[in-house]
Design a protein around this ligand. Sequence first.
Ligand code: ZN
Length: 206
Amino acid sequence: MAEERRMPNVMLRNLLEAIAEVLGENGLKAVLNAAGLRQFIDNYPPNNVELGATFADYGAAEQAVEDVVGPKGAKMMLTRIGRATFRYALEEQPAVLGLAGVALKALPMNTRMKIVLASLAKAATKDVNQPTDIEEHDDHFLFVVSECPCRWRGKKDKPVCFVTVGVLHGALRWATGKNFKIKEVSCIAMGDDACRYRIDKEPLEE
Ligand SMILES: [Zn+2]
């Protein structure tokens, strides 16, 4: 097992709030039981940015959603949970997203995408203990996350970070009003050096 690594309390809090929204209060209870995280039943981590939560607990909660929902529905549920996680983070601690005071009005879409991705990457690196970079290519961006709770979820043969995919969907939708194709193309849980998310620049048809 990888050594302990910490993240802001509000990160785990927002994930649990999002799980409760998508799966219901009883669904969250089942997830917390399956994850070995009973201490959080009716007792979310506090709404602050102190490094009191662990990557291991965050990963355990994600894994437990997959275990409770089953492999078929897990991808969709985790992506929905990621979108909701973004919304709770924006409401409770926009600073952990780097989006406090970001002004996007009247900017072209590509610039909005770049600003929001760069803001998320900067905040992840600085405030979330999760070193992150972005790369711009002709028709897509890569969002490159060098440390991730998935390291604590055991070895996988497919990418598993659908919560992050959902967070990116939520952030880009917030910034542009559009939906984009987003795919995790490498994953630390598979033994890769980083979790990389490929984001098409062209929005999906509505
Ligand atoms: Zn991953």
